[in-house]
Design a protein around this ligand. Structure first.
Ligand code: 3NM
Ligand code: MG
Length: 514
């Protein structure tokens, strides 16, 4: 079999240190892991003497050979030769690839660690059979990793390999486990290239039941995450999409989905009233420990960073994992994302910790999410626009494609994209900017709609935006509305009226879409 034909889908890297292996026996753990479904094994041992390395490698090789699984040695070409295994894995500071190839011959599997596009392109050009791309997430298993590149960094490396025409195999490594493997495979995929597998250390080596851990991971990586949308592209035009909006609102008002809000103190009351007005069932719970129970009820989750502390963030991460596990829609409102280091860190942690179906924010917030450098916000209000419309479109579209979700940048013209289709919406009213929490409650509205519209996330988001902003226009036009104070109750009434009209089959309100 040539090195390219091996199955890289579940790649086990061993670790013999007590911190991970505990008092278990290395060879027994690898045997169980192979029985559980590991498809390739790398013996990584930075401490044993050479004679021991060769002896253990031979023992491991008996186990892997019996299962038809290749065995590689980390770093040590001499040990690989002495034990007669299938290949090696070399890091950037190890023996260079060309020399390793000369020593091991054309049939050996040689893998290389790549942390950047340059390293990946260089290794692919020099004939690496596969790349170990990382570090994806911070991991206690290897402390001296060069940099954390996240799913974004992996996706970028894959894209540049594809652009250069390299068909090298790829796995990613660093902090991968059963809670994130599906998401990582999903979010690193670009139209051009996807990973061939995931590499893990502690998720299997540190498990008390390595066979079960391996077989769990195998099952997970064979299936897309529940929040993935079908690969058949949603190709509705803007007008077709808008024409479907009233029926989506009708479905929501009929189903009365749970609208779970983890939001800030300032907007809890307004957001709950707005959820009720549109026909959803609000629950304002910031307790991450009850999120799994709530997620099982079929609703959606809003995570709003308006008042954030490290403790609140831990609750957010628990809830995010609970909704991701059942495919319940999630919306991130990164309030004031660029304002402080705490908030920037909050965004990084949340994006690294799970999948959001929608990320909604103003220009500064979305720029922070997109990772633009040097973005400073004054308060948590929307502030003046710094980007041209074209730049805003590029940013929103690129971020949505990167996250494989929907990104909405609000403004006098809203920009919303699923990475393929990008729409502009110019509804709404300036009075929305004169009351507190109107942006947050838009998040509640969109998430409520997403609970019933799971096929086409962009349709769900557009339906929520239009209902919300057209209601604001209607309210602002009313004679009894004299300013922000009278606007709020009128706005809630108009949301309620749109819900009633949609329920009765009258979708003409959506003709105000612009
Ligand atoms: N190499 P875990 S990260 C061996 O980034 C290794 O190149 C890495 O361990 C890299 O699966 C890593 O327990 C350790 O997080 C991965
Ligand atoms: Mg090394």
């Amino acid at each position: 079999m040539s090195a390219k034909e091996y199955d890289y889908s579940l790649y086990l890297v061993t670790d013999s240190t007590p911190a991970i292996l505990g008092d278990k026996d290395l060879v027994s753990v690898v045997k169980s892991a192979v029985e559980g479904g590991v498809t390739i094994v790398q013996y990584r041992d930075k401490v044993s003497e050479t004679a021991d390395l060769v002896r253990i490698a031979k023992e491991l090789h008996e186990v892997t050979r019996a299962a038809g699984v290749p065995l590689l040695i980390n770093d040590r070409v001499d040990v690989a030769l002495a034990a007669g295994v299938e290949g090696v894995h070399v890091g950037q500071d190890d023996l260079d690839l060309k020399t390793a190839r000369k020593l091991l011959g054309p049939d050996a599997i040689i893998g290389v660690t790549a942390n950047s596009e340059d390293e990946a392109l260089e290794a692919a050009k020099n004939g690496a059979d596969y790349l170990g791309i990382g570090t994806v997430f911070a991991t206690p298993t290897k402390e001296n990793t060069k940099s954390i590149i996240g799913t974004t960094g992996v996706q970028q490396i894959l894209s540049s390999l594809a652009s250069a025409g390299h068909d090298v195999k790829t796995v990613c490594i660093g902090g991968i486990n059963a809670s994130n493997a599906q998401r990582v495979l999903y979010q690193t995929t670009s139209p051009k290239k996807k990973l061939d597998g995931v590499a893990v250390v502690s998720a299997i080596m540190g498990s008390s039941d390595p066979a079960a851990a391996a077989s769990d991971l195998r099952k997970l990586i064979a299936n897309p995450p529940l929040f993935a949308t079908s690969t058949s592209k949603n190709t509705l035009s803007r007008s077709d999409l808008v024409s479907k909006v009233p029926s989506v609102i009708k479905r929501m008002a009929t189903a009365k989905p749970l609208s779970h809000n983890m939001t800030n103190l300032v907007v809890q009351n307004l957001a709950a009233n707005i959820a009720l007005a549109i026909g959803a069932s609000p629950i304002m719970s910031n307790n991450g420990l009850e999120a799994a129970d709530l997620a099982s009820l079929g609703g959606s989750l809003v995570i709003n960073m308006g008042t954030t502390t490290p403790e609140i963030r831990e609750n957010h991460l628990k809830a995010l994992a609970a909704y991701n596990a059942v495919g319940g829609p999630t919306l991130l409102d990164p309030v004031g994302a660029g304002a402080t280091e705490q908030r920037r860190e909050g965004v990084r942690r949340l994006l690294g910790g799970g999948y959001f179906d929608v990320i909604k924010g103003n220009e500064g917030e979305i720029r922070t999410v997109a990772g633009s450098q040097g973005v400073r916000q004054r308060g948590v209000d929307s502030g003046a626009s710094q980007l041209s419309l074209e730049e805003r479109i590029m940013l929103v579209k690129g971020t949505a494609a990167r996250e494989r979700n929907v990104v909405l940048m609000t403004g006098s013209t809203d920009v919303v994209s699923d990475g393929e289709r990008t729409f502009l919406i110019s509804n709404g009213h300036e009075l929305l900017g004169e009351i507190t929490g109107s942006g947050c409650a838009l998040g509640t509205t969109i998430a409520s709609v997403m609970a019933v519209e799971r096929e086409d996330k962009l349709l769900g988001a557009v339906a929520g935006i239009l209902m919300y902003e057209i209601a604001a226009e209607r309210a602002a036009k009313r004679e009894d509305v004299k300013g922000p104070g009278t606007f709020v109750p009128a706005f809630i009434d108009e949301l309620y009226r749109i819900r009633r009209e949609s329920l009765s089959g009258d979708g003409s309100w959506s003709e105000a879409a612009k």
